[in-house]
Design a protein around this ligand. Structure first.
Ligand code: PEP
Length: 411
């Protein structure tokens, strides 16, 4: 799609397109007349994503001398997973801050959890409540507000970067250096042109430098280690330190992969120490969590994920949390060809998000949640379309550049 970010002001002539978008997004859409009336006047402003297919996303705001009220944010279902709502809101806040506004406010249904989590990610906090505000459902409205006086544009941009979709390849114990170089070179040459996705490859330790060289520090491509030991150096035969990984060109590390937990016997506590130490040394950490089939069948999903997240992230500071990603990988789906169904992935990811907030507080809304377990080119798009799925971790299907690239470009 040839889309560009004009963030242009919409007007009454955009009413038909806006109405179509409203219909695609809401059960009670604004009529074309309402759109025409609203967008034809000032200080009512709307800004949209312009593309060759018309306006596919818009945010409408009410502007007073020192306050911006967000009235509506609509993103077509096809664009929703690409973080467009997030970017529109960030753009609106940046514009308001530049115009010298002091405050941004909005109101949202109590039950609209996806919207609330989006606003909370952007620093909005509940400032009031209007009981039974919505005539159709009798639901309460929550008033959210955030100050713009100390708006830190750089920090907001960092957050935006972190919310890119992550597509990660775990090569496990596969590939010599020459094979790794060849696959990494093909990945670098064929990666999607869009910068909305970051591709991360976790090769065996011996091939990290090869992959890093093939990626040549290009934006959107990164390399990681499959494991790390929580010490700077010392008598730890067979282990590797964060500094050694970084020296070879890695900026990421996987912790708690199910094969390390279940084949090599790593405890939750060791996984937690590894995660905290790697983050403390400046690496990004992708913590893997997931239940075995027996645990799922025994109804222990929540208990297992809570324990793995609590212990795995026990010593992680709010500052370091900006470098954390979590991969939910049901053990029974890894390397088995069995993918968790959409309902199972949705449920587990919503649960993981809730537990992450329990453990880390509001910064948890910014943490990318990846799904892993028998991801293939033909199921990647439908997995990426699910709520709270911010990326994929791929084993078997990442070994060939062609299949990994098809996953990386899946929409
Ligand atoms: C993995 O090992 O992290 C994984 C998801 O493997 P696969 O894609 O082969 O199931």
């Amino acid at each position: 799609m040839n889309s560009s970010w004009h963030f242009r002001r919409l007007d009454a002539s955009d009413a038909p397109a806006l109405h179509a978008l409203e219909k695609a997004c809401f059960t009670l859409p604004w009529s074309e007349e309402q759109c025409r009336a609203a967008f034809g006047q000032t200080p009512f402003a709307a800004f949209g994503l312009d593309s060759d297919r018309g306006v596919l996303a818009y945010i409408s705001v009410y502007i007073t001398a020192d306050e911006m009220e967000v009235l509506n944010l609509a993103v077509s279902p096809e664009l929703r997973r690409r973080g467009i709502g997030h970017r529109l809101l960030a753009l609106a806040l940046r514009t308001a801050a530049k115009m010298g506004m002091q405050k941004a406010v909005l109101e949202v249904r109590v039950g609209n959890t996806p919207a609330r989590s989006l606003y909370e990610r952007h620093g909005f906090a509940v400032a009031g409540r209007r009981p039974r505000y919505y005539a159709d459902t009798g639901e309460d409205a929550l008033i959210y507000a955030r100050s713009l006086t100390n708006y830190d544009a750089a920090a907001e941009e960092r957050k935006e970067l972190h919310m890119k979709t992550l597509i990660a390849a775990n090569w496990k114990m596969h590939k010599t250096r020459a094979e790794a170089r060849q696959t990494a070179t093909a990945i670098a040459a064929g990666r999607p042109a869009s910068n909305e996705r970051t591709l991360i490859v976790f090769p065996p330790f011996t091939a990290i430098a090869e992959v890093a060289a093939a990626f040549a520090a290009q934006e959107g491509l990164a390399v990681g280690g499959q494991d790390v030991y929580p010490a700077e150096k010392g008598a730890f035969t067979g282990e590797i330190s964060p500094a050694m990984l970084a020296d070879a060109g890695a900026s990421w590390v996987l912790t708690g992969h199910s094969e390390r937990r279940h084949v090599l016997g790593e405890s939750d506590e060791l996984v937690g120490r590894k995660t905290a130490f790697a983050l403390g040394a400046g690496l990004h950490a992708m913590l893997c969590i997931g239940e075995t089939l027996e645990e799922r069948e025994a109804g222990q999903l929540e208990e297992v994920l809570r324990r793995q997240l609590r212990t795995g992230l026990a010593e992680v500071s709010a500052e370091a949390a900006a470098r954390v990603a979590v991969a939910y990988e049901p053990v029974w789906a890894i390397g088995t060809g069995k993918v968790a169904g959409s309902a199972e992935v949705l449920e587990a990811h919503a649960l993981a998000r809730r537990l992450l907030v329990e453990v880390l507080g509001s910064v948890a809304h910014d943490i990318p949640l990846l799904y892993g377990g028998s991801v293939k080119p033909d199921n990647a798009a439908s997995l990426l379309a699910l709520d709270n799925v911010n990326g994929l971790l791929i084993g078997g299907a990442s070994l060939e550049a062609e299949s990994f690239l098809r996953i990386a470009g899946a929409r």
